[in-house]
Write a protein that binds this ligand. Structure first.
Ligand SMILES: Nc1ncnc2c1ncn2[C@@H]1O[C@H](COP(=O)(O)OP(=O)(O)OP(=O)(O)O)[C@@H](O)[C@H]1O
Ligand SMILES: [Mg+2]
Length: 395
């Protein structure tokens, strides 16, 4: 992995001399200081959506900040370097125990801190690269509007990956309150994500396999909870772990979502390689998709991972394709046509891409699946980190 990539750093906590350090880091050409927040809770969205390489956590006391570190771990798996002013000798053991990558007593020369950041980032990326052979790709289907076609796209895309491309595919239904991906596949699973998260013991491949249901297309599905009230038990921490395990078990994980930027969605974004942002041909949806693009930018989600998909793109409702692009200030990367075959297949509980592969919608999905697979083969787009936009979340 190239060393020229900007290293994305986020700082939390506080200690003497931190603001000088942050100013120096901000000016450093190899680093991108994405932002800084004294309180970890205030940093939740940036930590979750930020695709960060290193977290700096500053502390001034001699007491180990176990609560802060646990909270950071809820939001991101990025390695943590602790900076501490004052007496720090008693912190080392706890820090090592907690998996902190490095502990730097202050004052330090900026170059020493930069060196530690580079070393930690490099080690983190090497670990990721060595996992790479088994690292599945997370494709999240999102829209800020209900009923726009998220589940139809997710179910058919996952079916195309599994059946047409022969990929090991997991369809994860994170429309946690009202998920209907299983119904669209015509199956009645006995176990859901709720059963998985409340089951005792650490989550690993075998445990995950025990809770998924196989569909004849070859995909596995982990459905949403049966009852809406069970949704809240699927915490961000559990979800983050689930996505990590799923990535090492599957080639592709297609995630269906609800129309909200809530905690589970932020945890999913942190691990999303490709975000399909669904738009429709009506003004309220276009307005909300535009807001979503702005929110993603604030969350520091890499713009090159966002693919705007226009569903029912051929609907004649007085708005033109080019007008949607102008309003969104971005290119639409995929058009899916309105097609009667879609509701017909939904009502039969069969993915249209398999039951009617010649239908216009099916051909659109197959092309989209091919493009996503081609991008996957070209390699992880993290290699173009230098293009990432900087979040405005500075302290
Ligand atoms: N391209 C299309 N052509 C025709 N019908 C479509 C198309 N896309 C979706 N639909 C229909 O629109 C309805 C809503 O789609 P879907 O359930 O996929 O939306 P959703 O965004 O997942 O909704 P929710 O937010 O409620 O989960 C479905 O009945 C589906 O058959
Ligand atoms: Mg849905």
């Amino acid at each position: 992995m190239s060393d020229n990539q900007n290293i994305r750093v986020f700082a939390t906590g506080s200690c003497e001399g931190l603001s000088d350090i942050l100013s120096a880091l901000e000016a450093h050409q190899d680093l991108e200081l994405v932002g800084a927040r004294e309180s970890v809770a205030d940093a939740a969205s940036a930590l979750s959506g930020g695709h960060l390489d290193v977290i700096l956590h500053a502390t001034r006391g001699s007491e180990f900040p176990a609560g802060d570190l646990a909270s950071i771990r809820e939001y991101t798996r990025a390695p943590i370097i602790m900076l501490c002013s004052g007496e720090s000798s008693g912190l080392l053991e706890d820090a090592l125990e907690a998996g902190v990558a490095d502990l730097l007593p202050l004052p330090q020369l900026t170059e020493n801190i930069v060196f530690a950041i580079r070393k930690t980032c490099h080690a983190g990326r090497r670990t990721q690269a060595s996992d790479g052979a088994r690292r599945g790709r997370v494709i999240t289907v999102f829209s800020p509007k209900g009923g726009i076609g998220k589940t139809s796209v997710a179910v058919n895309l996952a079916s195309a990956f599994a059946k047409i491309q022969g990929k090991r595919t997991l369809l994860l239904d994170l429309d946690l309150q009202f998920g209907d991906a299983a119904i669209m596949l015509g199956i009645e699973p006995e176990k859901t994500i709720y059963d998985l998260v409340v089951a005792p013991g650490e989550l690993d491949h075998e445990k995950l396999a025990g809770y998924t249901t196989a569909h004849p297309s070859g995909l596995d599905i982990l459905p949403a909870p049966m009852r809406p009230e069970d949704a809240e038990l699927v915490t961000e921490g559990k979800l983050s772990r689930l996505l990590e395990v799923a990535r090492s078990s599957y080639d592709t994980i297609v995630v269906d979502t609800s129309p909200f930027f809530h905690g589970p969605m932020l945890a999913t974004l942190d691990r999303t390689d490709e975000l399909l942002l669904l738009c429709g041909m009506d003004v309220p949806t276009i307005k909300n998709v535009r807001l979503s693009l702005q929110t993603l930018e604030l969350l520091s989600f890499p713009s090159e991972r966002v693919r705007v998909v226009l569903n029912r793109a051929n609907t004649n409702v007085g708005i033109k394709h080019a007008e949607v692009e102008r309003a969104l200030e971005t290119k639409i990367r995929c058009d899916l046509p309105s097609d009667r075959a879609v509701p017909l297949a939904v009502n039969r509980g069969k993915p249209v891409v398999l039951s009617d592969p010649g239908a216009d919608f099916s051909r659109g999905i197959t092309t989209l699946a091919d493009e996503l697979a081609a991008k996957d083969e070209r390699g992880d787009d993290r290699k173009r980190r230098g293009l990432f936009k900087r979040a405005k979340a500075a302290a």
